[in-house]
Design a protein around this ligand. Structure first.
Ligand SMILES: Nc1ncnc2c1ncn2[C@@H]1O[C@H](COP(=O)(O)OP(=O)(O)OP(=O)(O)O)[C@@H](O)[C@H]1O
Length: 246
């Protein structure tokens, strides 16, 4: 089930600050593939993830379209039907995927019960979430543990579109590779997967992304295969693939 942003512009007005954070973005996340979204800090990657999953902040106003399976999504009600089951989000701060007052295990079991798609054990194994942590409360986890718990939570309904915002940010290389491989397998089973990451060395070493979109200042500035992007003679693009400037 492909997910798309078409001419999407997002303007934020918090009362204290206002500005355009996404500027006429076109982005296609196709079925069966891993798309990686890269870009400098603050360029709008999480905002693009929020737009694709119907979770923009209340201070946001958008124009343009979000399409899921080719159909424009209109309004809050339609997003309520799509979120979780059809369109899943692993948020950048995994802890926000959970309620503070219940253990992670109880919340994962509730998702298993609600969607009846996948077992907690299988989702935790796929997300590399350690089973011995399930009886802990969300705030008793390390940053890397809660991110993997949130990935298990996002995977449990087996959404056909999965957006993962920095799933490997706090992980050691081996665990990060396991998570990337799990995302690859999940896309291989047919899902449209978008992964936001700063982990370009892993991306290039493991060759897990089928396509890459590169953002700068609220715009998509380049899209294509990893090798094609890495070969571009543009200083901003080169900065991602050759951080030393060589
Ligand atoms: N909830 C919010 N309310 C208002 N503005 C926000 C909110 N979240 C993000 N922004 C603003 O939107 C812009 C894009 O932020 P975003 O989080 O999408 O960046 P990012 O590319 O994901 O950065 P990073 O790599 O550091 O996570 C920034 O200027 C940020 O200040």
């Amino acid at each position: 089930m492909p997910a798309e942003l078409r001419g999407l512009t997002v303007h934020i007005d918090t009362g204290r600050w206002s500005g355009t954070v996404l500027d006429s973005i076109d982005l296609v996340v196709p079925d069966g593939k891993v798309t990686a979204l890269l870009g400098e800090s603050g360029c709008g990657k999480s905002m693009a993830a929020a737009a694709l999953t119907g979770s923009l902040p209340a201070s946001a106003r958008s124009t343009g379209q979000v399409r899921i399976d080719g159909e424009p999504v209109r309004g809050r009600r339609q997003w309520q039907r799509l979120r979780g089951g059809t369109v899943g989000l692993l948020p950048q701060e995994g802890v926000t995927a959970f309620r503070a007052e219940e253990t992670v295990g109880a919340q994962l079991r509730a998702l298993e019960e609600r969607y009846r798609c996948w077992s907690v054990d299988d989702a935790c194994a796929a997300a590399r979430y350690p089973a011995e942590s399930v009886d802990l409360y969300p705030d008793q986890h390390s940053g890397g543990q809660i991110q993997r718990a949130a990935l298990a939570a996002a995977l449990l309904p087996r959404p056909r579109v999965l957006v993962a915002d920095e799933p490997t940010a706090s992980l050691d290389t081996e665990t990060a590779y396991g998570v990337w491989a799990a995302l690859r397998r999940y896309a291989g089973a047919g899902a449209a997967v978008l992964v936001i990451t700063h982990d370009v060395p892993m991306l290039t070493a493991a060759k897990i992304a089928d396509q890459v979109a590169l953002m700068r200042a609220g715009k998509i500035v380049a899209t294509g295969g990893l090798a094609a992007l890495a070969a571009l003679d543009d200083p901003y693009v080169r900065g991602f693939f050759q951080p030393s400037g060589h």
